[in-house]
Design a protein around this ligand. Sequence first.
Ligand SMILES: [Fe+2]
Ligand SMILES: [Fe+2]
Length: 364
Amino acid sequence: MSMMLVSRRHVAKSMVGIAEGTIRLFSSATTTACSGTGAAAAAAAKQSTRMGVPTWTKSGAVYWVQMDCGARSAGTVALGGKDDYEEEKKQHAADHGSKPSVDNGSGNKDEKGIASYWGVGPTKLTKEDGTEWKWTCFRPWETYKADVSIDLNKHHVPTTFLDKMAYWTVKSLRWPTDLFFQRRYGCRAMMLETVAAVPGMVGGMLLHCKSLRRFEHSGGWIKALLEEAENERMHLMTFMEVAKPKWYERALVVTVQGVFFNAYLLGYLLSPKFAHRMVGYLEEEAIHSYTEFLKELDKGNIENVPAPAIAIDYWQLPPNSTLRDVVTVVRADEAHHRDVNHFASDIHYHGRQLKESPAPIGYH
Ligand SMILES: [Fe+2]
Ligand SMILES: [Fe+2]
């Protein structure tokens, strides 16, 4: 059974997929062994306590995926009965010098037998330098080097009524934003990312539902927009490492999200042409904000602290990177979002649907 699964996965999956497939395979295979409930099954489970497979990333770096199968033993409690479980617990303690535990990636060692029973977790990744990959929200093969050579000055000149409306909507939002944040660019960036991560999710969700309703492909646009949302959320996860929101700022985010999510949803339903154009202009404003942020850093008004660890891993930055480097790559991301959204709006302007133009998936 396992060989059959291996070959099927090998054919169907990419290099990264192989690792995933192997994990799934291992889980499936062990489930079978454990579910036998006999001594042979228990022995098989014990023998397979630790396995690993090398994983290749897009950049060619090799990581090692490990799965601690001690959890699988715990998982058999539902299949093999309490006695088997107690026996395996003792054995595990003898093997490992402690009570059986599983690190599910969230740091909680007591959640044994939950993920393991279903065969879906946990994986341990190790970086090239041997240190543990500590992020559960993204994997090494999802990291990238930002294209900082992108033209930051591109601008879509609003000519039609709809364009002008999108443009002035964004401009009018900037005024209260400037007033509220003044020159606190760290805080401003963090707060704006809570908004910036909404449009991609809303647009992706609506296209997803449309794809289901109409029995048709999206041309990759669902994935592209959801990627944008995730990328924006990673900006937030990064900036919250350098700026902690106060209670009233959290309250503001809740309020703004409630309004903006619904307004954008309605806007996208009425006119995706307008919605994407507006996001294009929002991204132009984001580029401007990050340029101002960089100026303040260069003047010394904002301390150029070391880059957060999450940023170093996500953008594959050198270990000695600083906040300035982070802002630079985030600004490059915003320029990519600008292009994607103006492009999407242009497709609608040409009377076409998004699915007719292949989406820029993985465009960072
Ligand atoms: Fe962003
Ligand atoms: Fe953006």
